[in-house]
Design a protein around this ligand. Structure first.
Ligand code: FES
Length: 57
């Protein structure tokens, strides 16, 4: 059985985590120049958001 979750990081991207390993980092601040992926622009944009983890499988 594969363990899949989406981790919304504090003030950062949504991470797709499979069996404990981060596979993708998706932008949720809207400032990335490489959408849908996070490129670190959330830091410069001073994006603020809460941390949350959602189990998918
Ligand atoms: S969350 Fe990192 S660039 Fe948007």
């Amino acid at each position: 059985m594969v363990d899949v979750s989406v981790k919304s990081t504090k003030d950062g991207p949504n991470l797709v985590v499979v069996d404990g390993q981060t596979k993708f980092a998706f932008c949720r601040c809207g400032h990335s120049n490489n959408k849908p992926f996070c490129d670190g622009s959330h830091r410069k944009a001073e994006f603020k958001a809460e941390e949350k983890e959602t189990k998918i499988v």
